[in-house]
Write a protein that binds this ligand. Structure first.
Ligand SMILES: [Zn+2]
Ligand SMILES: [Zn+2]
Length: 130
């Protein structure tokens, strides 16, 4: 299910079919959601740079890590900053598949951004500017 060349438009995100509050999923349900997410991602990490690594020049701008027993992809919220209690209720459409490495790095970036949102603890030194 690899999209062909003319995929330069920002992909329209299909609206979630039902907008009502999803019940908390059981662990069996979560496994189902995980398979759905990984399946939709064609079993490949969907990171397009959220982890800060330059995937752009590799396969279609996406990370090339594939789902495997040894390194299963993670189904994670599109918005990595989503609090856990919300994240576990998200439908598959709100999740993306990330490999272990991208997930970890992207989480770190998200955490850093969250810190950056607070009043600067360490401003850039002026003499570091070009
Ligand atoms: Zn990855
Ligand atoms: Zn990545």
């Amino acid at each position: 299910m690899i999209a062909s060349g003319r995929d330069s438009h920002p992909r329209a995100v299909p609206a979630a079919r039902t907008r009502r509050e999803a019940p908390a999923v059981t662990s069996a349900g979560r496994e189902e959601i995980r398979s759905a997410v990984i399946g939709a991602a064609s079993g490949r990490c969907q990171c397009t740079g959220q982890c800060g690594r330059p995937h752009a020049r590799l396969g279609e701008g996406r990370c090339e890590a594939e789902d495997s027993i040894l390194a299963p992809l993670h189904a994670v919220p599109r918005d990595l900053a989503a609090p856990l209690d919300q994240a576990v209720r998200l439908p598959a459409a709100e999740l993306v598949a990330l490999c272990d490495r991208c997930h970890e790095l992207a989480l770190r970036i998200t955490g850093r951004r969250r810190q950056a949102a607070r009043p600067a603890e360490r401003g850039p030194a002026l003499w570091e500017l070009p």
